[in-house]
Design a protein around this ligand. Structure first.
Ligand SMILES: NC(=O)c1ccc[n+]([C@@H]2O[C@H](COP(=O)([O-])OP(=O)(O)OC[C@H]3O[C@@H](n4cnc5c(N)ncnc54)[C@H](OP(=O)(O)O)[C@@H]3O)[C@@H](O)[C@H]2O)c1
Length: 316
C-alpha cells in the first residue's frame, strides 16, 4: 500500500492519478490528517493497517503501508516570510513526523524538496551534494525538513525539484495564460535562470523510483535498487522566466489557450521589484536520477507543449 500525503495538492493529485492508472494500491490524505501531529499520522496508519479504514476485501498484506510519498508542505514562498512558524511546522516538523512514522511502520519514504536549498548564487547545475545556502524562510525550512528526515531514517528518497507546474494547482503557466488573456502587455523577469518541471513527468519519475526499488533483484549479492538518498528532477534544458513566458504565449496562441495579443516584455529582477528574493540560478543536475533510473527526461519545451494542448489544461 502506498500512502500519498498531500493528495489534494498540485503534485499530489498528479501522483494519485498515475497510481490509479497503473493500478497501484494506494490511499491519500491531505489536511484531514495533519502532518504536524504525530498522533494523527500514527492513528491513520493504524486505521489503514487494521480493518478500520478499508472494508475487509483488502487483504492484510495489501493493507500494509510499504511506501509513503509526501507531497504536502508549505509552498507559498512570499507568505512564508510572514508565516515563519507555520512554514517551519509544515516543512520541518511535518517531514520529521512522517519520517518517524515511516520508520516505525517499516515504510520507505519519498519526500519532495526544492532548488531553494541552494540559494541561487551558482553558475553551473547543482549536484545533489552541492553547497547549501538556503534562500528565505521557504528555503531554510525545506532544508531543515531534509535534514530532519536524514536524521530519522535511511530508507528515503528526497527528490528536489523546481519551477513546478501541473493541471491541478496555481502555477506560473496558468498565471501567465490568465494575464496574457487580460492584458495588452506584461513584464517578466529575465535574469533568473532555471528549468521548468511538468508535474506529470515528476510523478512518473517518483513511481519509477518505487517500481525500480520494488523490482530490484540481488545480483551476486549486490542490490540493484536505486540507492537511497537525495535526487534531483526537473525537465531538461534551462531558461529564464521571460523566455518561459514567451514559450507559453507562443504555445498558448497555437492551441487556442490565449485568444488575444499580448506583448511579453523582459525586465531585470531589480526593475520588477519583487517582495522576496528568488534564486538567480536554480538549474539542478539530473545526472544521478538519469543514471540510477535509466530514464529519458523530456526537454522543458516538449513537456510544456504537451501540457498546454492537454484537455486537462484549465487555468483556475
Ligand atoms: N510548486 C513548486 O513550484 C515547487 C517547486 C519545488 C518544490 N516543490 C515542492 O513540491 C511539493 C509539492 O508542491 P505542490 O506545489 O504540489 O504543493 P501544494 O499544491 O501547495 O500542495 C501541498 C498540499 O499539502 C496540504 N497541506 C497543508 N497543510 C497540511 C497539513 N498540516 N497536513 C497535511 N497536508 C497539508 C495543502 O493543503 P492546502 O492547499 O489546503 O494548504 C496542499 O493540498 C512541496 O514539497 C514543495 O515544497 C514545489
Amino acid at each position: 500500500m502506498i500512502w500519498v500525503i498531500g493528495n489534494k495538492g498540485m503534485l499530489g493529485q498528479e501522483v494519485c492519478r498515475q497510481l490509479e492508472e497503473k493500478k497501484f494500491n494506494w490511499v491519500g490524505t491531505d489536511r484531514e490528517v495533519d502532518i504536524t501531529s504525530i498522533d494523527a499520522l500514527e492513528n491513520f496508519a493504524e486505521s489503514v493497517e487494521t480493518n478500520a479504514y478499508f472494508p475487509s476485501k483488502i487483504s492484510h498484506k495489501e493493507r500494509k503501508i510499504t511506501w509513503i510519498i509526501n507531497c504536502s508542505g508549505y509552498t507559498n514562498v512570499e507568505k512564508a516570510e510572514e508565516e515563519t512558524e507555520l512554514a517551519e511546522k509544515l516543512n520541518e516538523v511535518g517531514p520529521r513526523n512522517i519520517a518517524r512514522i515511516s520508520r516505525k511502520i517499516g515504510a520507505k519514504l519519498i519526500h519532495i524538496s526544492t532548488d531553494y536549498v541552494f540559494g541561487g548564487a551558482g553558475t553551473s547545475p547543482y549536484s545533489e551534494d552541492g553547497h547549501k545556502n538556503p534562500l528565505g524562510v521557504y528555503g531554510k525550512t525545506k532544508l531543515a525538513g531534509e535534514v530532519a528526515i536524514q536524521k530519522e531514517m535511511n530508507t528515503y528518497y528526497i527528490v528536489r525539484t523546481a519551477w513546478l507546474y501541473g493541471f491541478d494547482g496555481k502555477n506560473f503557466v496558468y498565471t501567465m495564460t490568465k494575464l496574457m488573456n487580460s492584458h495588452d502587455q506584461i513584464k517578466v523577469v529575465n535574469d533568473q535562470r532555471g528549468t521548468p518541471t511538468c508535474a506529470s513527468d515528476l510523478a512518473e519519475a517518483l513511481l519509477k523510483l518505487i517500481e525500480k526499488n520494488e523490482g530490484a533483484k540481488s545480483l551476486f549479492g549486490k542490490h540493484s535498487a536505486p540507492s537511497y538518498g537525495v535526487y534531483h528532477f526537473t525537465n531538461l534544458g534551462q531558461t529564464n522566466w521571460h523566455e518561459f513566458a514567451c514559450e507559453i504565449y507562443k504555445l498558448g496562441k497555437k492551441y487556442g489557450r490565449i485568444t488575444q495579443d499580448c506583448q511579453v516584455n523582459g525586465c531585470s529582477t531589480e526593475e520588477y521589484g519583487a517582495k522576496v528574493e528568488r534564486p538567480a540560478y536554480s538549474v539542478l543536475s539530473k545526472d544521478k536520477i538519469i543514471k540510477e533510473l535509466k530514464i529519458k527526461i523530456p526537454e522543458w519545451q516538449v513537456s510544456l507543449e504537451k501540457f498546454i494542448k492537454n484537455e486537462r489544461f484549465n487555468p483556475l
